[in-house]
Design a protein around this ligand. Structure first.
Ligand SMILES: Cc1cc2nc3c(=O)[nH]c(=O)nc-3n(C[C@H](O)[C@H](O)[C@H](O)COP(=O)(O)OP(=O)(O)OC[C@H]3O[C@@H](n4cnc5c(N)ncnc54)[C@H](O)[C@@H]3O)c2cc1C
Length: 384
């Protein structure tokens, strides 16, 4: 009987995985953080860190990370729908490229004592004495290791769970898919400090300038429209034209990346010695741009359960994670579901935009989400 090699293995070094690894390594646990990509890497994302995301980083002891990296203050939201445009002036957080943010977070995890392995794909396997086995595969080697607790923070990608683990992916049929690219565009209308959101009948495109001056495009489209339009570049150009936004000619030749279905979840987000967090646990279309906030909050919330799981695993820990995750993030995701529903009905979104133009306070729940629930373990937990 040997004890597991690691206290925790974290699969995926995006915001959820890297921050969880940072926090757990800070608790003197032996943490292995693996990612199948090499950082810095670009990822489809709007790059906007809202108040929840910035608050979670501060709570994690990284309050000035984003500003040190040159995060651009976001002060304006410009919405476009059917040639009609409106602007709201509000402090909306920071824009920071994902290459920069994710590399800094995984470096912070390493500095806290985590062992970080890039270019390594992981898959959760069966139980072993006092832990879970994890298969690791890199270009030149493959190995099996083990940990007392495995955190799956693999984003929208397949989390590599063997069929024996009773966690299944659930995706609604209407789920949109994401696509994005980064261009060195000079297009005049897209000034730094503004989130530009173009809304079309079959999707929307968000454009933001990052700290590098690049224009970051991140979009959600109906899957069928993406095919009909002839690809993401043409679909995005169509949405910009529909909204009356300036074209971005450089985007036609850019390297677009696509995502799997955006709205969906793995259910339940816990199994024996395995907890899911971030997009891997569940995600809803990104119109309000708060996925990184959910991922970072989840990373903070999972820490006490992982610490308890070091001593002994108990099914109650799995139930606690389902409740805690639902309380922290589920309620917010339901609100975003509602907004996604409204955006698919063009008449309704036109009326919504008109109402927000008259009474900007109506946008407050979407522009200024607060961490609706306290991270305190004593706060009441309800089932999602
Ligand atoms: C179009 C679009 C726009 C968005 N805009 C915003 C926005 O403006 N603001 C915001 O807050 N959020 C936004 N989001 C959401 C945000 O990008 C995600 O919610 C966030 O990245 C989730 O973080 P994560 O750590 O869970 O996953 P990710 O950031 O996806 O990280 C997962 C990591 O796991 C790695 N991985 C996957 N499988 C394996 C494996 N088997 N082994 C090892 N490694 C693996 C991947 O390489 C990746 O690095 C947007 C999303 C989309 C699609």
């Amino acid at each position: 009987m040997t004890s597991p090699e690691w206290d925790v293995i974290v699969i995926g070094a995006g915001p959820a995985g890297a921050l969880a690894a940072h926090q757990l390594a800070g608790q003197q646990l032996r943490v292995l953080l693996v990612d199948k990509r090499t950082f810095p890497r670009w990822k489809v994302c709007g790059t906007c860190l809202n108040a929840v995301a910035l608050g979670a980083l501060a709570q994690a002891g990284l309050p000035d990370l984003v500003d040190r990296l040159g995060g651009v203050p976001l002060v304006r939201l410009r919405l476009g729908l059917q040639q009609h445009q409106m602007e709201l002036k509000r402090p909306l957080g920071r824009s920071l490229s994902r290459g920069c943010l994710d590399l800094a977070l995984s470096n912070a995890a390493a500095a806290a004592g985590a062992v970080v392995r890039m270019d390594t794909e992981a898959a959760v396997a069966g139980p072993c004495s006092g832990g879970r086995q994890v298969h690791l595969r890199s270009v030149d080697a493959s190995a099996t290791t083990s940990a007392r607790v495995v955190l799956v923070a693999s984003g929208l990608d397949s989390p590599g769970l063997t069929p024996a683990i009773p966690i299944r992916r659930q995706v609604p049929a209407h789920s949109r898919v994401g696509a994005g690219c980064r261009v060195e565009a000079q297009a005049g209308g897209y000034s730094p400090g503004t989130i530009h959101m173009a809304i079309g009948r079959h999707g929307y495109v968000g454009l933001v300038r990052t700290e590098a001056g690049d224009l970051n495009l991140a979009a959600a489209f109906d899957r069928s429209h993406l095919i009909q339009a002839g690809g993401a570049a043409l679909a995005a150009a169509g949405v910009l034209a529909e909204a009356g936004f300036e074209p971005v000619p450089e985007a036609a030749a850019a390297a677009w990346l696509a995502t799997p279905a955006l709205t969906g979840r793995h259910w339940p987000p816990a199994s024996e010695r395995v907890l899911l967090l971030g997009d891997a646990a569940g995600y809803v279309e990104p119109f309000t741009g708060e996925g990184m906030g959910w991922a970072l909050l989840g990373a903070l919330a999972v820490v006490p359960l992982v610490l308890q799981g070091q001593r002994q695993w108990d099914q109650e820990l799995e139930r606690q994670w389902v409740r805690r995750h639902g309380r922290l993030i589920g309620s917010r995701q339901r609100l975003c579901h509602g907004l996604a529903f409204a955006l698919r009905r063009h008449g309704l979104s036109r009326r919504l935009l008109g109402a927000v133009e008259r009474w900007p306070v109506l946008a407050a729940p979407f522009l200024h989400p607060s961490a609706a629930a306290s991270l305190s373990p004593s706060a009441p937990e309800s089932c999602p």
